[in-house]
Design a protein around this ligand. Structure first.
Ligand code: HEM
Length: 121
């Protein structure tokens, strides 16, 4: 198995993650019914976000905490949602990649999720 080395790798990872997230019984509703996200727009934005996190490029400028604060106003986000999101994310990474960046993306996801849970309230 290879490490995450390019934007294309991140995009592949995000496609795999959202495929599972959309049909997940705990969190799917946030994507399909609450935010009604269009994956063709969302995948490039989230790929920018992670490209910034992993490789310091991609030019992601939006405030991710604020985005989830708004989401939390529409439907309250609880620990179960974050735990589910994180385990899906970690599983998607582990199924497809192995290496330093694969570890980094999981660590980053965990720390952002931890801060997010506190700050959206
Ligand atoms: C309970 C856990 C989570 C749920 C249910 C969730 C759901 C969502 C939804 C529905 C959106 C779209 C919001 C909109 O367009 O109005 C969104 C955006 C986003 N999420 Fe999450 N999220 C979760 C946790 C996280 C975490 C932990 C991260 C990062 C580590 C993250 C990263 C992002 C980013 C970067 C965007 C914005 C993409 C853009 O700029 O358009 N999310 N999330």
């Amino acid at each position: 198995m290879k490490d995450i080395t390019s934007r294309e790798d991140i995009e592949f990872l995000m496609q795999a993650f959202y495929k599972d997230a959309f049909i997940n019984p705990e969190i799917g509703i946030f994507f399909t019914k609450i935010a009604k996200i269009n994956l063709e727009e969302h995948i490039p934005a989230i790929t920018d976000f992670w490209e910034q996190q992993l490789f310091r490029k991609g030019g992601y400028k939006k405030n991710v905490i604020q985005i989830h604060k708004n989401l939390n106003h529409k439907k309250e986000m609880h620990k179960i949602h974050f735990d589910t999101w994180l385990s899906l994310f970690q599983n998607t990474v582990d199924t497809n990649f192995k290496g330093e960046k694969a570890e980094l993306i999981k660590t980053r996801a965990l720390s952002i999720a931890t801060v997010m849970q506190l700050k959206i309230k």
